[in-house]
Design a protein around this ligand. Structure first.
Ligand SMILES: [Mg+2]
Length: 225
C-alpha cells in the first residue's frame, strides 16, 4: 500500500460550519443578519484588515456588539462567548453523528495519519474539535492560523503539516472546501488536492483547476484512499 497522509481543513469540510454558527448565534439571542451584529463584525474586520488572524474571533465581535448596545461588561462578554461555544459545540456534535463521521474517521480512515489545518483562533477550533473528537485520538494534530501568525493560503501552514506528518508532499492528500485557501497552496506544494462540495459549492466565477478532484461527499474518501 502506498503511504498516504491526510491534511484536512476543518470548517465546511468536516461539518457544516455556517449552519453551526447560525444556530449558535440565534441560540444566544443574536440574529446573524441583524444590523447590530453585522456592523460589529464589520468594524472588527475593517479595523484588523484582510487576512488578520484575529479577524474571525467571535469574542471580538461580541465585545463590539455589546458595546454598540451599551451593554458591555467583561462578565457579559464572557457569558456570551461561553454560551455561544456551548451551542456551537452541541450543533457540531449532532452533525457529526448525523453525517456518520464517527464511522468514517474512527473506522475507515482510522489508520491514516492526519493533521487539521485551519484559519481560526486556537480556542474556538479546540472547542469544535472536542465536540467531534472528545478523546483527542482521532485528530491528534491541529495547526491554526493564530499559532502560525498567517492565514491559509500561506504555504507555511501546509509546510508545517507536511513536517508533522513526516511525509513527501506527493503522499499528502489535502481535503478542503476552498479553491483559493485549500486547493491552490496544496497544488503549489505538489500535494494531491480534493475539493469537497458537500456544504459549499464553488461560485460561478470560481474555476476548479486541473489536478483538483471534486468530492460531493466526504464518504468518497474511503473508496479513493
Ligand atoms: Mg473551510
Amino acid at each position: 500500500m502506498p503511504k498516504v497522509c491526510l491534511v484536512l481543513d476543518l470548517d465546511d469540510t468536516l461539518y457544516d460550519a455556517e449552519a453551526a454558527y447560525g444556530y449558535a448565534l440565534r441560540s444566544v439571542g443574536i440574529d446573524p443578519s441583524s444590523a447590530d451584529f453585522v456592523n460589529a463584525r464589520q468594524t472588527i474586520k475593517s479595523r484588523l484588515g484582510e487576512g488578520h488572524v484575529g479577524a474571525r474571533n467571535r469574542i471580538l465581535y461580541f465585545k463590539q456588539f455589546l458595546d454598540s448596545q451599551s451593554k458591555y461588561s467583561h462578565p457579559a462578554v464572557l457569558e456570551l462567548i461561553e454560551d455561544y461555544e456551548k451551542y456551537l459545540s452541541d450543533h457540531i456534535k449532532n452533525q457529526w453523528e448525523l453525517l456518520g463521521r464517527r464511522r468514517l474517521f474512527e473506522q475507515s480512515l482510522n489508520k491514516i495519519p492526519k493533521v487539521i489545518v485551519t484559519n481560526e483562533n486556537l480556542r474556538t477550533q479546540m472547542v469544535k474539535l472536542r465536540a467531534i473528537d472528545p478523546t483527542g485520538r482521532v485528530f491528534p494534530q491541529v495547526i491554526t492560523s493564530e499559532e502560525m501568525g498567517v492565514e491559509k493560503p500561506h504555504l507555511s501552514l501546509f509546510q508545517q503539516a507536511i513536517k508533522i506528518l513526516n511525509c513527501e508532499p506527493k503522499d499528502c492528500v489535502m481535503v478542503g472546501d476552498s479553491l483559493d485557501t485549500d486547493m491552490a497552496p496544496a497544488l503549489k506544494l505538489g500535494m494531491r488536492s480534493f475539493l469537497t462540495t458537500e456544504f459549499r459549492k464553488p461560485k460561478d466565477n470560481e474555476i476548479v483547476s486541473e489536478g483538483v478532484q471534486v468530492l460531493s461527499c466526504l464518504d468518497q474518501l474511503e473508496k479513493i484512499l
